[in-house]
Design a protein around this ligand. Structure first.
Ligand code: ADP
Ligand code: MG
Length: 143
């Protein structure tokens, strides 16, 4: 397991951290985002999307569940916040995205339960007070 921890002092720094992190992403990667409401999961997703060349607005897909950004590889941005069971998540077809050939960004990924991919890159964002956030990136080493 490789773990990186960084503290950011504001939204812009989180965008920058996410953009440089995005350079390491390849087709099939799943980025599992966790952290409280307002921690910065969507800001982080925005930074990743920016690095992928996405020009449109990147907002929480809380109601639409999945935003697909037309880049290469395609970026699928999901939010599990409103999901109430694994069956509901399964019925939406989330597994097709998780095991597809795009890059997935999943907010509230802890809700995936047994669907949480073993190879997911886990990004946890923690409030440190004010505009400070601690971002921990954990990834298992690929064989
Ligand atoms: P989440 O998706 O985790 O619920 P958002 O990304 O939507 O959270 O919101 C994070 C909020 O916190 C934004 O309003 C953002 O401007 C603010 N913010 C303040 N400091 C930071 C920081 N260091 N990193 C990210 N967001 C920050
Ligand atoms: Mg969000």
């Amino acid at each position: 397991m490789m773990t990186i921890t960084v503290v950011t002092a504001g939204e812009r720094e989180t965008l920058d951290v996410a953009s440089s992190f995005a350079g390491s992403l390849v087709r099939g990667d799943v980025v599992a985002l966790t952290g409280d409401l307002g921690a910065g999961k969507t800001v982080f997703a925005r930074g990743v999307a920016r690095s992928f060349g996405v020009n449109e607005d990147v907002t929480s897909p809380t109601f639409t569940l999945i935003h697909e950004y037309p880049c290469s590889p395609p970026l699928y941005h999901m939010d599990m916040y409103r999901m109430e069971s694994i069956d509901e998540i399964r019925n939406i077809g989330v597994e097709d995205y998780l095991y597809g050939d795009g890059v997935c960004l999943v907010e509230w990924a802890e809700k995936l339960g047994e669907l949480y991919p073993a190879e997911a890159i886990h990004v946890h964002i923690k409030h440190l007070g004010g505009d400070r956030r601690e971002i921990t990136i954990e990834r298992s080493e690929k064989p």
